[in-house]
Design a protein. Structure first.
Ligand code: IDP
Ligand code: MG
Length: 138
């Protein structure tokens, strides 16, 4: 069993896509292990995206991620880090195939609906950044 960290970003929540995205997660056989609806403040969003702090899009990314509520999730399944990245599709919705979440619902390379950890190390960091062990129920 493996765990990963996922976010339905503010555009996804604002556009009413939570149900459709969770349906795709469950239909893939991935289990929800923790979940919280929250609005990030700048400090929290900047800490989360620390690795991107020197990118030109950083401050715009923080504006976006703090623009409204988002849904934080821990997902559990065998090989779930790769499986969730496959369901999301590539970062840029213009390059994401139909049938992927970003391909079907992403607005642009910034407003791309969902986040997923990219490695076991980042999954561990990101899960612990937002959740306590006792919040994780599967
Ligand atoms: P990922 O979310 O597919 O792992 P990352 O490269 O880790 O992609 O970038 C984190 C987030 O930053 C992306 O999901 C997207 O919201 C935003 N982002 C990435 N590249 C760009 C860009 O070139 N312009 C604007 N925003 C970007
Ligand atoms: Mg990333």
């Amino acid at each position: 069993m493996e765990q990963t960290f996922a976010i339905i970003k503010p555009d996804g929540v604002a556009n009413g896509l939570v149900g459709e995205i969770i349906k795709r997660i469950e239909e893939d056989g991935i289990r929800l292990a923790a979940m919280r609806l929250t609005r990030l403040d700048r400090r929290r969003a900047e800490g989360f995206y620390y690795v991107h702090r020197s990118k030109p899009f950083f401050s715009s990314l923080i504006d976006y991620m703090t623009s409204g509520p988002c849904l934080l999730m821990v997902l559990t399944a065998p090989d779930v880090i790769n499986r969730w990245r496959e369901l999301m599709g590539p970062t840029n919705p213009d390059e994401a195939p139909r049938g992927t979440i970003r391909g079907d619902m992403g607005l642009n390379i910034e407003r791309n609906v969902v986040h997923g950890s990219d490695s076991p190390q980042s999954a561990l960091y990101e899960i612990n950044y937002f959740f306590r062990g006792t919040d994780i129920v599967v």
